[in-house]
Design a protein around this ligand. Sequence first.
Ligand SMILES: *[C@@H]1O[C@H](CO)[C@@H](O)[C@H](O)[C@H]1NC(C)=O
Ligand SMILES: *[C@@H]1O[C@H](CO)[C@@H](O)[C@H](O)[C@H]1NC(C)=O
Length: 245
Amino acid sequence: MKFGLVAFVVSIVFSSTADGKKLPSFIQKCKRTDPQLNDCMKETMLKFRPHLKDGVKALKISSFNPYIVPESSASTGWMNLTFINTKLFGIPNFEIDSLKVNLDGNPVIAMTFSIPNLELSAHYRLDGKIIQYQVHAEGEYESKFNKSRFSVLIDGDKIQKDGAEYMHLHKIDFNILELPFQFLYLHNLFEGNQELTDRLNAILLEDNDIFYKDLKPLLEEIVSAFVLSIFKGPFDTFSLDELFD
Ligand SMILES: *[C@@H]1O[C@H](CO)[C@@H](O)[C@H](O)[C@H]1NC(C)=O
Ligand SMILES: *[C@@H]1O[C@H](CO)[C@@H](O)[C@H](O)[C@H]1NC(C)=O
């Protein structure tokens, strides 16, 4: 699934203080011409992981404990689904399965990564049909996933800004490779009918392909927002000469 940039701007927290910008000391700089650039970048990202929990102001990266997406929605022919205040837990434990960085062409970043225990909660609004049930509901959504895997391609262009060369990342192509549900519950699916709410939730968890198809575009939008924010913060803030040796 491909996404334009506009949807992501909201997810990046821009600090207004323009005090002397300096790369945080935990960022290990890589050499642009290093034949092992990919390995070096992978190592840099792994060292960077623990700092995601509190966010990194100098890189315009917001807190990932949890990572919050204000609102996202998806429509199919049979269902409208909206998630408000989505909270993602577990992102700072991501593992990189492969990473290719190309500063001279697209995609600039090609990465597959996994997250061992991802948790996602939100306030949901759902109108439409699940299996044969007509649902008009609003309430809390909770889910947990076993090891989930994702792939991402990010395109960009080199631009001149304040007399220096920056990498402007502008497009993300994001795919969920694996997202095995461990737990899934939509509270209040049928208001005042706990038994039916429990029964439909049990069906959805048992055979989560049913709901997954409806949920997938929403989840891709949500997860791709954090991936882009990790890269866009540093690349928007620092020139290529500042980020690389
Ligand atoms: C979804 O929302 C659209 C736009 O508001 C509406 O026209 C449509 O009927 C809704 N579909 C369902 C299944 O509720
Ligand atoms: C998911 O994780 C739970 C708890 O760790 C485990 O019991 C379950 O077997 C796992 N499911 C899959 C499909 O790996």
